[in-house]
Design a protein around this ligand. Structure first.
Ligand code: F6P
Length: 411
């Protein structure tokens, strides 16, 4: 039997299901007997919560819908596998389940934390001489994965953010009195996504007035002075901030307000409220109208504005993962390697998971302006090819049609 299993893990993206499709189609084309899906990632696998994907994807329409459906079709988890030492029974259980299912290859679609799962399973598998191959498929809107040029999911989120920023800038100029709009963008400790707001600037758009990334320490006084100066010249001020900006003592700006203390299994604090806090400070200091715009989950589930390049690369990364496993590779992550910018060309290449798991790739400081309040052309040039092209939703009754797994949504 040549059965394979695939799971999705971490925060979703608008194209993560294209990678799932890439794994499913390629595995089927290459003769896999059963393609299983883990429901809610490794956490579901531990509870033997799995589905046979061939029972779900019956025809080309299902495939077309899957590509256009946001979020993780199989459900996701934020679950960190503990170290083997002292927890061998968890690993024994996983390998027993995989062996009962006669699994030949295991694919996990996720970001750097999820690649930690691939790394740990690869290492344990080597210890017990397991023949199962473990391959990671990259995904994250944050674009913070090491080795790869960029990650599937980033391009579509960047496209949504840049388009929305243009719209916010137009809206900000509607009245004859000042308005300060602060847009909060996801990305945790890496500013790639926030930098995508710079793409808004063009012959039909003034662009944002400042961009604050987590790579640079945030200074509240400098920020307020900057806004004060802008208000002397402009009626509308639009500023983009990353959810992960921190002040000099290491606290997140969002922790300065009434913050939420939720921490996930990877030790990540929930980051939200940065724009609300800063808008409050601006309103208090200058007595002007402000808007705090938290893009939140909108930026990662906007499948109605997917980037065609991103969809294609997400699909190819899934396919390349299957190819790698079927050619005998193990403990690898599929990376994207940019060959040229113009015309844009990119290929997939497997890389050792040990160089990728748990490493965060940040925006290089040389791509940020010296005042720390904007990004340079190199950064917009890097992002632009990734947002090119569109895939139209399949509209039904005026709304995009999605496909969903018929599993319980109850706790
Ligand atoms: O996985 C990336 C990400 O979208 C981050 O940008 C964001 O900080 C985080 O996930 C939010 O995660 P959750 O959905 O668990 O709140």
């Amino acid at each position: 039997m040549k059965n394979v299993i695939v799971g999705q893990s971490g925060g979703p993206t608008a194209v993560i299901n294209s990678s799932l499709l890439g794994v499913y189609k390629t595995a089927t084309d290459r003769g896999a007997d059963i393609v299983y899906g883990m429901v809610h990632g490794i956490k579901g696998l531990l509870e033997r919560d799995i589905v046979d994907l061939s029972q779900r994807f019956k025809n080309d329409l299902d495939n077309d819908l899957l590509k256009r459906t946001p979020s993780s079709f199989l459900g996701s988890c934020r679950y960190k596998l503990p170290d083997v030492k002292g927890n061998a029974e968890i690993y024994e259980k996983i390998f027993k389940i995989l062996s009962d299912l006669e699994i030949y290859a295991f694919f996990y679609i996720g970001g750097n934390d999820s690649m930690d799962t691939i790394k740990k399973l690869t290492d344990y598998g080597a210890e017990i001489h397991s023949p199962i191959r473990f391959i990671g498929v990259p995904k994250t809107i944050d674009n913070d994965l090491a080795v790869t040029d960029h990650t599937p999911g980033f391009g579509s989120a960047a496209k949504y953010i840049a388009a929305t920023t243009k719209e916010i800038i137009r809206d900000g100029l509607v009245y004859d009195y000042p308005v300060v709009s602060i847009i909060e963008v996801m990305g945790r400790n890496a500013g790639w996504l926030t930098a995508a707001t710079a793409l808004a600037k063009g012959e039909d758009c003034e662009g944002v007035d400042a961009i604050y990334l987590p790579e640079v320490v945030f200074d509240r006084e400098k920020f307020l002075n900057f806004v004060g100066n802008l208000l002397k010249q402009n009626r509308s001020v639009v500023i983009a901030v990353s959810e992960g900006i921190k002040i000099a003592d290491g606290r997140y700006v969002c922790e300065l307000s009434e913050h939420v203390d939720y921490v996930d299994a990877f030790g990540h604090k929930q980051l939200a409220g940065t724009a609300r806090y800063l808008a409050g400070e601006v309103a208090k200091t200058f007595g002007v109208k402000t808007r705090a715009i938290e893009l939140s989950s909108l930026q990662r589930c906007a499948s109605h504005i997917q980037s065609r390049v991103d969809v294609t690369e997400a699909y190819n990364a899934g396919g390349a993962a299957v190819k790698a496993a079927f050619e005998g590779l193990n403990g690898q992550v599929i990376t994207l390697k940019r060959i040229t910018d113009d015309p844009y060309m990119c290929i997939t290449e497997p890389a050792d998971v040990h160089f990728i798991a748990n490493v965060e790739k940040k925006v290089p400081l040389e791509w940020i302006t010296p005042d720390g309040a904007n990004v340079k052309r190199e950064l917009t040039r890097y992002i632009f090819p990734l947002i090119q092209g569109e895939i139209a939703p399949l509209w039904v009754n005026g709304l995009p049609r999605h496909i969903r797994l018929n599993v319980s949504t109850k706790k």
